[in-house]
Design a protein around this ligand. Sequence first.
Ligand code: PHE
Length: 337
Amino acid sequence: MERVRAILDEASVMISGVEDQRTLEDLRVKYLGKKGLLTELIKYLGDLPAAERPKMGKAINDAKNQIQHLISDKQSRFEDLSKQKSLQKDILDITLPGRAEKTGKIHPISRVMNEVLEVFSKLGFSIAYGPDVETDYYNFEALNIPAHHPSRDMWSTLYVEGDVLLRTHTSPVQIRVMEKQNPPLAVVVPGRVYRRDADVTHSTVFHQVEGFLVDRDVTFGDLKGALTSFLHYIFGRQKKVRFRPSYFPFTEPSAEVDVQCVMCGGDGCRICKGTGWIEILGSGMIDPNVFKYVKYDPEKFSGFAFGLGIERVAMLKYGIDDIRLFYQNDLRFLRQF
Ligand code: PHE
């Protein structure tokens, strides 16, 4: 019994003086391990008189439990200490503001383009595409603009080689669609067009949406109705719209369509050059000569067509006064949409 007492006393002193985990583990092995001091004592139980064995057994067990307890205590103190240390080391300021993820935006030209196409699809138009690199035939000839005709001057054309050019408008797709499909049809054509022109309101490459509708008995009233609805969708119902006589070789009669200036509301300003109106699209009734090129019977069918510049609409909608901003990819500009 004295030996048990002595082991327990010694263990208490040793354990309370330990300063690292490793030594603590060594002590556990020394006292409680398979060959530990207390474990050793159990071997001698058999030498004792039977009457004393239970008492002795209990004393050894109690001592074991106490030592185990002291070790666990010490163990958890070590754990607290190391937690504290790592907290001091990795300071985390939970009051710092977070870092926001930057999300992508749809380019203003794509936005306006999508919006325009959506309005026309509500009006029952379907979408068609044509090539950017065109031939003289589709860009001019079949649109009633023969080689000698002075109206070719309306488009500052970029030529690739011989009869091949970069389309100056989306109108050639009228011909391409009508060659393949018979009336009735209502089609819009989004696309890039190219002109030898560049300043604050003109870009060498810009975007147009062409639209045309062919059926029996289509009138100028249908043209006015469709384009007025469209412009009201885009600029708001309260905006006035006017149709002004104009000239295009492939439409007869032709009209340019103006919207009440979105900047000044019609009072007159720098943007509308004091007129209160802004030209927004070209349009007209498809010339019977164009129908001849696509083998439609002009006695049976009539139709209207129009062409709209997307950059122009975007500039007016968002109050942008320099077209080059659309192509510079300056994030400070693009993030505003
Ligand atoms: N293609 C003409 C242009 O770009 C616009 C237009 C299209 C006019 C259709 C009338 C009809 O100037």
